[in-house]
Design a protein around this ligand. Structure first.
Ligand code: PEP
Length: 250
């Protein structure tokens, strides 16, 4: 499968600014490289602007950074998969560490969102990852297994690898400048792969596992070459088009 090179623009950029970055990115890159897919998780208010720029470009995808697991209703401030699809998205992000640890989302809610988005016809990137104190307490494997089991509850064991990807993002490496070393990435991704093969016996072998946590142009080539690393999820270094373009082509 193609490597999935994803940008998370978090709560940065107005619609105009996002449109400008998307335009610069697509001018620098042209169509996505043959063996890569480009995915941008843009703020909700910028989705329309970015969708217009990506339209017609081969290998580009657009995603919402969150969703609410209902078709519609009295859920003030929330957004549904149907709204994301209509805004031009084909992907949704679930379980990002900032949603888990800043906003306070539970493992169960992350699982409901993941299942609902898939059932609504979206592709999903489910984020998982341990906090520093969990790693230091020897709980890496247990945290990954728990977040995967709850995050994937109710997902068919043969879900298409085109529909679902998992991003391993150690919380201590997100936005901190601290990158997990190659050994740490290899070890965590191997554990994620083993859990995926247990939970999704029909497709766990092929589900893409992305690494996220202070990825930048200088380290993305090495990271993307590691075993069981099928892409990256990039925050800070994706905000400038030239920096993200160098990551995508690394
Ligand atoms: C992220 O937001 O998912 C992320 C990995 O951020 P950063 O690249 O800034 O660490």
């Amino acid at each position: 499968m193609k490597k999935l090179m994803a940008a998370n623009w978090k709560m940065y950029k107005t619609a105009d600014q996002a449109g400008q970055t998307a335009q610069e990115l697509s001018s620098l890159l042209g169509d996505a490289p043959e063996d890569r897919e480009v995915l941008v998780f843009a703020p909700f208010t910028a989705l329309h602007a970015v969708a217009q720029i990506f339209s017609g470009k081969a290998g580009y995808h657009l995603g919402g950074q969150d969703l609410y697991p209902a078709d519609e209703g009295a859920f003030t401030g929330e957004i549904s998969p149907a709204m994301l699809l209509a805004a031009g998205c084909d992907y949704a992000l679930t379980g990002h560490s900032e949603r888990r640890h800043v906003i306070g989302e539970s493992d169960e809610l992350v699982g409901q969102k993941t299942r609902f988005a898939l059932e609504a016809g979206m592709n999903v990137v489910l984020c998982i990852g341990e906090k520093l104190e969990e790693r230091e307490a020897g709980q890496l494997g247990a945290v990954l297994a728990r977040q995967l089991a709850t995050g994937l509850e109710g997902i068919p064991g043969d879900v298409s690898p085109n529909k679902l990807a998992v991003a391993y993002e150690p919380v201590w490496a997100i936005g901190t400048g601290k990158v997990a070393g190659p050994e740490e990435i290899l070890d965590a991704h191997k554990q994620v792969r083993e859990e995926l093969e247990k939970l999704l016996p029909g497709s766990g072998k092929e589900i893409r596992i992305l690494y996220g946590g202070s990825v930048k142009p200088a380290n993305s080539g090495e990271i993307i070459g590691l075993d069981n690393v099928d892409g990256v999820l990039v925050g800070g270094a994706s905000l400038q088009a030239d920096s993200f373009q160098r990551i995508v082509t690394a």
